[in-house]
Design a protein around this ligand. Structure first.
Ligand SMILES: [Ca+2]
Ligand SMILES: [Ca+2]
Length: 178
């Protein structure tokens, strides 16, 4: 007769294996698996951070475009004092009083760096950004086609945003001259 509580051979082997613990190969495999998981996690986190960072830049750019839109929204197309310069008749930004004043004295547009808000105040917190404002007459039948100044009834305002000289985004809108 066998004693009722005598352990079986299988149970003995199990107990022996438990005493041995993990083999070196098992430990190495575990380290490799954990390493792969960590690398994947770090890569995913890096990708998320990069996407999030671009989102912040884009949101800031949209905000800076909106400042120009707000600033120029109520400006007349022609100089209220009768000036006919397509560009500024005035020397200071604070005195610009018609839309084409923002096309710059060289006709290549105005650049603001640091950018400005709708009250024409410099935004030093965003000093790495630049707003470039361009004013152009466009064809009445195709707003994509630039024409000679004063030859149509439509003016296109374009604001491009740069971050450390790299273009981020831009927006255009049309103003009718009548
Ligand atoms: Ca003016
Ligand atoms: Ca002007």
């Amino acid at each position: 007769m066998f004693p009722a509580n005598k352990p079986s051979n299988r149970a003995k082997r199990g107990a022996q294996m438990n005493k041995q613990g993990f083999t070196l190969v098992e430990v190495l495999v575990a380290i490799v698996i954990v390493g792969i998981a960590l690398v994947s996690l770090i890569a995913a986190n890096s990708s998320f951070t990069s996407t999030n960072d671009y989102g912040v830049k884009l949101s800031t750019s949209e905000f800076l475009i909106e400042q120009i839109r707000e600033m120029t929204r109520l400006l007349p197309i022609s100089d209220p004092n009768g000036g006919t310069t397509f560009g500024p008749e005035e020397s200071a930004l604070a005195d610009y009083d018609d839309l084409d004043d923002f096309d710059g004295s060289d006709g290549l547009g105005s650049e603001f760096s640091p950018p400005i808000n709708s009250e024409r105040v410099s935004l030093s917190d965003f000093s790495s950004f630049t707003q470039k404002v361009t004013i152009q007459y466009v064809s009445a039948s195709d707003f994509q086609t630039v024409v000679n100044d004063g030859t149509t009834g439509f003016v296109r305002v374009t604001v491009a945003i740069f971050l450390n000289s790299k273009p981020i985004t831009s927006a255009s809108w049309i103003r009718a001259t009548y």
